[in-house]
Design a protein around this ligand. Structure first.
Ligand SMILES: Cc1cc2nc3c(=O)[nH]c(=O)nc-3n(C[C@H](O)[C@H](O)[C@H](O)COP(=O)(O)O)c2cc1C
Length: 173
């Protein structure tokens, strides 16, 4: 069975997970912008960071897949994937990005990444500053998990990457 790990990572945490998963499984990990022919593999493991409510590159990558290919999706975001409410929020994002049949057939996992506010690119820094400002005006009860996390972490360098969390994913690769 031919397999590939494809990753989309702006700040490196998803790449760290993808490289480790590659090491653990012997499956090559390739940046999504460099994959030549995604339809040539029986199984695609897609690892993408969540930026502003979208799993980076997922829609584009899936659009190049053909019927019958197996897909494993791994999202990497800032919110805690041990909280079932957070998981259902992330899954609704993924559901909007891929066809319903593929969503139903795919294995989906969630990991936590890192965020380094001082080193974000300017447009991302501005977006996070806007999110923080909007969140700070809302009552606590109305805040979603992303807003709560932005308020709690803003301005800092937070690294939630836990490579041991890959252990549950390895058998599905
Ligand atoms: C501009 C921006 C928007 C983000 N939006 C979300 C989001 O909607 N949901 C979430 O869980 N994490 C969000 N994050 C956090 C990233 O998913 C997290 O930093 C992730 O580890 C980035 O992956 P990378 O290091 O591979 O680029 C956002 C981060 C940035 C910089």
């Amino acid at each position: 069975m031919s397999k590939i790990i494809v990753y989309a990572s702006r700040y490196g945490s998803t790449r760290r997970y993808a490289d480790k998963l590659s090491e653990l499984t012997g499956v090559e990990a390739v940046d999504y912008s460099k994959v030549k022919d995604i339809s040539a593999y029986d199984k695609v493991v897609y690892m993408g960071s969540i930026l502003a409510g979208t799993v980076t590159g997922l829609k584009k990558t899936v659009s190049k897949m053909k019927v019958g290919q197996e897909l494993v999706i791994v999202s990497v975001g800032m919110i805690d994937p041990k909280d079932p409410e957070n998981v259902s929020g992330i899954r609704s994002i993924i559901r909007q990005q891929i066809p319903a049949e593929l969503y139903d057939e795919s294995r989906i996992f969630h990991l936590q990444g890192c965020i380094d506010y001082p080193n974000l690119k300017l447009s991302h820094r501005m977006l996070m500053s806007m999110m923080r400002s909007m969140a700070s005006k809302k009552p606590e009860i109305e805040l979603d998990a992303v807003s709560r996390t932005v308020l709690a972490t803003y301005g800092q360098r937070i690294d939630y990457v836990d490579l041991s969390a890959l252990d549950v994913i390895v058998p599905f690769v």
